[in-house]
Design a protein around this ligand. Structure first.
Ligand SMILES: [Zn+2]
Length: 339
């Protein structure tokens, strides 16, 4: 993809185009912002633009040999690093120091085929401390004819010394209209075009992220939302059976727990918005308005906000190694208290 064909992110594109125009491309950039909004696409477009053999000096042609090699990840001056799991069962993928050392060796040489070597480090916050420290040396003494692009949706996990040596470019959530265009064309490419109502549903729930819009399993979500709304509506000190049944059932699904709690947050957020009379356009689960509006009225705005806080606190606790069942029970007891 070229800059021109990437939807949204007009500010990052403008910064980079200006830099190309003024021959003032920085040695290192940090592309940061929410997941799946085009950071990697723009990084690859910049790599192409810097090496393109086409006529436009400010954008990639997407057709020349260089552009095609970068697209396929086989250009000898283009390096892409991403976290890998050391074993299939590892909890988190990391970028290890060995990968950084390997990269540093390759950066010691002049560009082989192109004009500029480009390094893209995706999810750069997942470099382990040794890798970050080692990479810091590369940032301190950047090799010639090299542009380093770090991508992160969580830059606060990176060393401040590392951040301070990169020019930061902030990415924002995509507009609904852009998400719609992107997922519509992807579903067409895959030969399974979505209906208008399915597109609406996905765009509504995307929170500005393409991956999220693409990944939704509609049947599963409908089922889950139904269960969660029932809990939100019925749980009380008279219905402690719901507390224990819910906590017991979900404590077993540790892998899905955070996304279930995210779903719960989304629903509570909408209920709080309905309770305070906000416009329909802000509602994520707009298709359930007929069910949700009456539920929203059963409690005060403060009660919904207290429940929201209870879920957030539970998410934070569960991101450590807390006992899931116990914390879910506590959360639901707080729901009962927030009447
Ligand atoms: Zn080209």
């Amino acid at each position: 993809m070229s800059f021109e064909s990437i939807l949204g992110q007009s500010q990052p594109k403008k910064i980079l185009t200006n830099a190309l125009q003024n021959s003032s491309v920085a040695h290192a950039y940090l592309f940061y912002g929410p997941e799946s909004v085009g950071k990697k696409k723009l990084a690859i477009a910049l790599a192409k633009a810097l090496n393109c053999k086409g006529a436009d000096p400010l954008d990639a042609c997407d057709e020349c040999e260089s552009c095609r090699k970068i697209e396929r990840g086989i250009h000898p001056d283009f390096f892409y690093l991403e976290p890998v799991k050391s074993t299939p069962t590892s909890r988190e993928a990391v970028i290890k120091i060995e990968a950084i050392r390997e990269l540093q060796k390759k950066l010691a040489y002049l560009p082989y085929e192109g004009k500029t070597k480009v390094v893209v480090i995706d999810s750069a916050e997942l470099m382990n401390p040794q890798a970050m420290n080692s990479f810091l040396k590369t940032l301190e003494e950047p090799p010639s004819s090299t542009v380093l692009l770090l991508i992160s949706s969580n830059p606060n996990r990176m060393l401040p010394t590392l951040l301070s040596r990169c020019q930061g470019i902030q990415f924002h959530r995509l507009a609904s209209s852009d998400i719609r265009t992107i997922i519509q064309s992807q579903s067409q490419e895959e030969g399974k075009p979505w209906t208008e109502s399915e597109l609406d549903f996905r765009v509504h729930r995307s929170q500005g992220s393409v991956d999220r819009a693409m990944a939704e399993d509609i049947d599963e979500i409908e089922n889950l939302r139904e269960q969660l709304l029932e809990v939100l509506e019925k749980v009380s000190f008279d219905r402690m059976d719901i507390v224990f049944a819910f906590a017991k059932a979900w404590a077993r699904h540790t892998e899905q727990l955070q996304s279930v709690l995210n779903e719960l947050l989304g629903l509570i957020r909408d209920l709080a918005l309905y309770r305070s009379g906000c416009a329909q356009s802000d509602i994520q689960n707009g298709d359930l308005s007929a069910t949700m509006i009456p539920i929203a009225q059963t409690r005060s705005l403060k009660a919904w906000l207290d429940r929201f806080t209870a879920v957030r606190n539970t998410q934070i606790a569960l991101s450590g190694n807390a006992n899931a069942q116990l914390f879910l029970e506590n959360m639901l007891i707080e729901f009962c208290e927030a009447a």
